[in-house]
Write a protein that binds this ligand. Structure first.
Ligand code: KIV
Length: 295
């Protein structure tokens, strides 16, 4: 397997920590990508992303589920551990799935699992003021927390769909309070999802921790996108805030069509893909009497 094309950032393989990411506030933009297994984490890390997030979007883009609500803690641990094997430099963040942090005790138990079993170096959870006790307990226990406010997909039922948030002055005020609350609780960064750029700018200015935007305009301290969206591998829909930087779904389909065509034409496998016996053995092997069932 080729590991030739490594970006300059990834080549200096000093692993990034949560404090390193926090210290990037206001400096170089923080580049974050989701990844869910060894190859996607390896490719993202080699490309030089700063944060690899094993998002619970796993449910939709990898497991084909309708939303993120049904992915389990065991599945998140399994995929986080797989991704950890591909990451050398980026900070690996494991996402806490729906209801896995409904209480402080659950948050400690499951955040601990993502770190100890999944080898994550930080966790992410969704929500503002209501999850302050969970963020405080996790950070006190040595688990760095990335918070997530705005369109929090685990609240899709409450929102009535995947809808942008914070569009009225009142909603914007509540979002700013949420962001300030997670910072005060000890979060080292906060994801702002699907909110107006004006609100993202206010929050980014108000906080001392980095904001990582997805659908929050270009004013945040960093950006995050879903691997399958960036590469054109997700078939169901493309949110407004996504840019597809490649069409690997189409390229993969074409490659597999070519493979099938070559198998059917018997042009694959070719000579280069075939093992041959040493010359002296060929005559011997032809003498072997093989019982055949043919009549
Ligand atoms: O689950 C996920 O992929 C996420 C990111 C989009 C922030 O939460």
């Amino acid at each position: 397997m080729s590991t030739k094309k490594t970006s300059p950032a990834a080549a200096q393989a000093k692993p990034l920590t949560a404090p390193d990411i926090q210290a990037m506030k206001g400096g170089d933009k923080i580049c974050c990508m989701t990844a869910y297994d060894y190859p996607s984490a390896l490719i993202s890390d080699q490309a030089g992303v700063d944060v690899v997030l094993v998002g619970d979007s796993l449910a939709m883009v990898v497991l084909g589920m309708e939303d993120t609500l049904s992915v389990t803690m065991d599945q998140m641990v399994h995929h986080t551990l797989a991704a950890s094997r591909g990451v050398k430099r980026a900070l690996l963040v494991g996402d806490m799935p729906f209801m896995s942090y409904a209480t402080v005790d659950l948050a400690l138990k499951n955040g601990g699992r993502l770190m100890a079993e999944g080898r994550a170096k930080a966790v992410k959870l969704e929500g503002g003021l209501p999850v302050v006790p969970q963020i405080e307990a996790l950070t006190a226990a040595g688990v760095p927390v990335m918070a997530h406010v705005g369109l929090t997909p685990q609240h899709v039922a409450k929102f009535g769909g995947f809808k942008a948030q914070g569009k009225s002055a009142d909603a914007a005020r509540a979002l700013i309070e949420d962001a300030q609350a997670v910072e005060a609780a000890g979060a080292f960064a906060v994801v702002l999802e699907a909110i107006p750029v004006e609100v993202a700018a206010l929050i980014t200015d108000a906080l001392t921790i980095p904001t990582i935007g997805i659908g929050a305009g270009n004013v945040t301290d960093g950006q995050v996108l879903v691997y399958h969206d960036v590469l054109g591998l997700f078939d169901r829909f493309t949110p407004k805030f996504v840019r597809r930087f490649a069409e690997l779904g189409e390229a993969s389909r074409e490659a597999i069509e070519t493979y099938c065509a070559e198998v059917r034409r018997t042009t694959f496998p070719g000579d280069k893909n075939t093992f041959y016996m040493p010359e002296g053995e060929v005559a011997q092997v032809r003498k072997i009497k093989v019982k055949t069932k043919k009549k």
